[in-house]
Design a protein around this ligand. Structure first.
Ligand SMILES: Nc1ncnc2c1ncn2[C@@H]1O[C@H](COP(=O)(O)OP(=O)(O)OP(=O)(O)O)[C@@H](O)[C@H]1O
Ligand SMILES: [Mg+2]
Length: 353
């Protein structure tokens, strides 16, 4: 039995449908992400689960209890908003203890719990400071401690890291993930950052225009994206116009590509999709899936180099190839060098146009 079930949930704002027939099951202790572009309905869905928004239809079941029409105060969750939303006039201690006081905890229990939480988020030294005296990352850790204070069964995080700078974000990603594992609290995090979702989530629900268009582990979503939209939203992807020829092979201009055509049939127009890191500069003799051309541009990106490659075989589209810097040293990569590219049959996917 799933810990949280969202059944056929829809939400209209006037005539606009922000979320459409959402079906979700989340297991106890799982960390899931709602991932999608701005405006796709992530926050609306999270707010419906919290009871901060009322769905137009459908139901929400938490721990086998139908909570669809319960007010937020009767639901078992803690929430962290994108903008911290700490009380500016309360100290760190008072911010964290706020919910405990509301729940009429005894003073000594509150002291004990707040100290536990301060230790958990590593803010023991900041207990009497006010939010304006904390960095963004520290404020977000206070918000996290406040959300966890009453030991909720469900932790809801709405873009908790997006207002922070890149270094703090990466640090907090790991802190939140470690904390979640340690506590085993079922967690839903909303994000539009695919890297964040991929590094943190057990399972990702990809959303677009109010719908969940794919769900799966980060690996499944990356390797088996079910649409060109997801394939390009998560990671980078080269798309090359192609068609299926009479011998049921994929054809780009004059080159026949050896790859699985799935359910496509003769004369279908398709897009061949290959990830930049799955293309190699040819070093051994391969027969299939080799194209020749020239390097037009090289970008140095630290751990890898991004090469823009022009080939007549692929309608002159620039192909992006990511070469690990350790390999780049072994290959003679110069602008206007004549080179050949190779990719394996397994790494080539095709999508409809
Ligand atoms: N209270 C509201 N009244 C009217 N429309 C709303 C309301 N709240 C959200 N919407 C609309 O619903 C759609 C989904 O909004 P939502 O905030 O859920 O998106 P999101 O995926 O969280 O986006 P972002 O990544 O920018 O936060 C948007 O088009 C938004 O304008
Ligand atoms: Mg949002």
């Amino acid at each position: 039995m799933a810990y949280l079930e969202v059944k056929d949930l829809s939400k209209f704002f006037g005539t606009f449908q922000a979320i459409k027939d959402i079906e979700i099951e989340i297991n106890e202790g799982e960390f899931v992400c709602f991932l999608g572009p701005s405006g796709c309905g992530k926050t609306t869905l999270l707010r419906c689960i919290a009871g901060l928004e009322t769905q137009s239809s459908g139901s929400i079941i938490q721990k086998e209890k139908d909570i669809s029409i319960e007010p937020p105060s009767n639901r078992d969750f803690g929430i962290v908003f994108q903008s911290y939303a700490l009380f500016p006039n309360l100290s760190v201690f008072s911010n964290i203890s706020y919910g405990l006081i509301n729940n009429k905890w005894k003073k000594e229990d509150i002291n004990k719990r707040v100290n536990e939480l301060l230790e958990l988020v590593n803010l023991q030294e900041h207990t009497s400071k006010y939010p304006s005296q904390l960095s963004g990352g520290e404020q977000q850790r206070v918000a996290l401690a406040r959300a966890l204070a009453t030991s909720p069964g469900l932790l809801l995080l709405d873009e908790p890291l997006s207002a922070l700078d890149a270094k703090v974000r990466v640090f907090l990603r790991k802190q939140i993930r470690d904390l979640q594992r340690k506590l085993g609290v079922t967690t839903i995090m909303v994000t539009h950052d695919q890297e964040e979702a991929q590094t943190m989530a057990d399972r990702i629900f990809v959303m677009k225009d109010g719908e969940i268009i794919q769900s799966g582990t980060p690996k499944e979503i990356y390797n088996k994206a079910n649409s060109p939209f997801i394939a390009s939203f998560i990671g980078s992807m080269n798309f090359i116009p192609a068609s299926i020829d009479a011998s049921k092979k994929v054809k780009c201009n004059d080159v026949e590509i050896n790859c699985d055509i799935g359910s496509f049939s003769e004369n279908d127009n398709v897009q061949l999709a290959i990830r930049p890191e799955e293309i190699q500069f040819q070093q051994e003799n391969q027969d299939d899936n080799v194209v020749s051309g020239v390097i037009k541009e090289i970008e140095f990106l630290g751990s890898f180099q991004r090469v823009y490659f022009k080939t007549k075989n692929f309608s002159d589209e620039l192909i992006i190839v990511d070469v690990p810097s350790s390999n780049a040293k072994k290959i003679k990569m110069d602008i206007d060098n004549e080179m050949s590219l190779y990719f394996s049959k397994e790494d080539a996917r095709i999508y409809s146009i």
